[in-house]
Ligand binder design. Structure first.
Ligand code: ATP
Ligand code: MG
Ligand code: MG
Length: 348
C-alpha cells in the first residue's frame, strides 16, 4: 500500500501511473498544467506550481517516494521535496540535464563525444563561435528546450542575428551540425543497488525536431555503435548514482556514436517497450524507484515499430484497430495543437 509521487503531469506520468497501478501502488501526480494526462489515472492530483512550498509540503507528506517525468521541473522544488521524502532519480541528475552546456561537459568528462559546441551568451559570442565551428550549425537555448523548440539552424554567418533573435536572445549553445547515418537512444534502468539493464537501442526518426518513429532492432549503422553508447550510459548512471530509467540520445556517424543529449526519465523512444519488451521502461522505472529487482528487457517480437500520433495529423483509427499487431495508445488530451503528442501506435 505505498504511494508514489510523480512530479509532472504529461503522458509520461500517465504511463508511469498505469504501470504503478498494475503493481498495486497508488499514485499522486503533481503538476501546474491546465491539462494533466497523468492525473487522469492517478489516485490523487495536486494542481499547483513548482514554487508553491505549501503544496509541495503537503504532496511530499502524502507519498512514500517521489519521481519526476519532466526534466524542466524547478530543481529547487525537487530539492525541497527531497528534504521530506526520497526523490529518485535525485536532483543531481536533473541539474546536469537541465543545461545543455553542463550536460555536454559532464558527459565529455566521462569520455563521451558530443558534437563540437560553444556556450553563447551574446550575439558577439555567437559570431566568435561561428567562426570557430563554421556553418552549418544549430543554435539551441541552454535551458527549457524540448521537441525541437528553442532551436535555430544557421547555414551561414549572415543568419547569426536572425537565429539569436529566433531563440529569444537567451543563454545558448552553438553546436556543429552532425552528419549522421541514423539516430538512436540508450534506455537504461538502474536500481538502488547499482544493478542495471538496457533495452535494445531503437532507431529514432524525427520530423521538425519531434520524434516521429522508433524502430527496434535499430539495424546496421546502429548495431556497431551500441556497445560504446551503452558503456557511456552506464558511466553516466553510475556517476550520478542514478535510480530509475535514464535515456541518452546519440547520432550514429562514421566516427562512431556522437552524444546528443540525455533525459533523466522515461522517454518517448521507449514507448515500444510497453508491448515490445517483457518488462516496459515504465515498469522498470517504478521497480527501480521502489527498490524492487529490475525486469527482463528482451523483445517480445522479432521487430517493433512505434509511431507517434501528432496533433494535427488525421488518423485512421479503424485501420489501426483492425491490425492485430497494432496497439493504440491515446493520452486523453483534449487540446489538439499542431505537432502535439496525442498518442502513439506500437506494431509488433
Ligand atoms: P527532445 O524532445 O528529444 O528533448 P530537444 O528539443 O531537446 O528534443 P534535440 O534532441 O537537441 O532537441 O534535437 C532534436 C533533433 O534535432 C535531434 O533528434 C536531431 O534530429 C536534430 N539535431 C539536434 N542537434 C543536432 C546536431 N548537432 N546535428 C544534427 N542534427 C541535430
Ligand atoms: Mg531534449
Ligand atoms: Mg532530443
Amino acid at each position: 500500500g505505498s504511494t508514489i509521487g510523480i512530479l509532472g503531469g504529461g503522458q509520461l506520468g500517465r504511463m508511469l501511473a498505469i504501470a504503478a497501478a498494475n503493481m498495486g501502488y497508488r499514485v499522486h501526480s503533481y503538476a501546474p498544467d491546465e491539462e494533466i494526462p497523468g492525473g487522469d489515472v492517478s489516485a490523487a492530483v495536486t494542481r499547483a506550481g513548482y514554487d508553491d512550498l505549501a503544496a509541495l509540503d503537503a504532496f511530499a507528506a502524502s507519498v512514500d517516494v517521489v519521481t519526476y517525468e519532466f526534466e524542466n521541473i524547478d530543481v529547487a522544488a525537487v530539492e525541497h521535496v527531497a528534504k521530506i521524502v526520497p526523490v529518485r532519480p535525485g536532483a543531481a541528475a536533473l541539474r546536469v540535464s537541465q543545461d545543455r552546456v553542463t550536460e555536454k561537459e559532464f558527459v565529455a568528462d566521462l569520455g563521451g563525444r558530443p558534437a563540437p559546441f560553444r556556450a553563447v551568451d551574446s550575439l558577439s559570442d555567437l559570431a566568435v563561435a561561428l567562426s570557430e565551428l563554421g556553418a552549418p550549425a544549430l543554435l539551441k537555448t541552454r535551458r527549457f528546450g524540448y521537441d525541437g523548440k528553442g532551436q535555430a539552424r544557421i547555414d551561414n554567418a549572415d543568419d547569426a542575428a536572425a537565429a539569436w533573435a529566433a531563440i529569444g536572445e537567451r543563454p545558448a549553445v552553438l553546436e556543429g551540425l552532425v552528419r549522421f547515418d541514423a539516430e538512436f537512444s540508450v534506455l537504461l534502468a538502474r536500481g538502488a543497488d547499482g544493478a542495471s539493464v538496457v533495452y535494445d537501442c531503437p532507431k529514432n526518426e524525427h520530423a521538425s525536431g519531434v520524434l516521429a518513429l522508433s524502430t527496434v532492432p535499430g539495424g546496421a549503422p546502429i548495431a556497431g555503435q551500441v556497445a560504446e553508447a551503452t558503456a557511456l550510459a552506464r558511466k553516466v548512471a553510475d556517476k550520478l548514482d542514478y535510480v530509475g530509467l535514464l535515456t541518452l540520445e546519440f547520432f550514429a556517424t562514421d566516427d562512431g556514436p556522437v552524444f546528443n543529449e540525455m533525459a533523466p526519465r522515461v522517454h518517448n523512444s521507449g514507448h515500444w517497450t510497453i508491448e515490445g519488451a517483457r518488462v516496459s521502461q515504465f515498469e522498470n522505472h517504478i521497480r527501480a524507484v521502489c527498490g524492487l529487482p529490475l525486469g527482463d528487457t528482451s523483445l517480445t517480437a522479432p521487430s517493433v515499430r512505434m509511431e507517434n500520433l501528432l496533433g494535427d495529423a488525421v488518423h485512421d483509427w479503424r485501420s489501426i484497430l483492425a491490425d492485430p499487431r497494432a496497439h493504440l495508445h491515446l493520452y486523453g488530451k483534449s487540446q489538439v495543437k499542431p505537432g502535439r503528442k496525442m498518442g502513439h501506435v506500437t506494431r509488433l
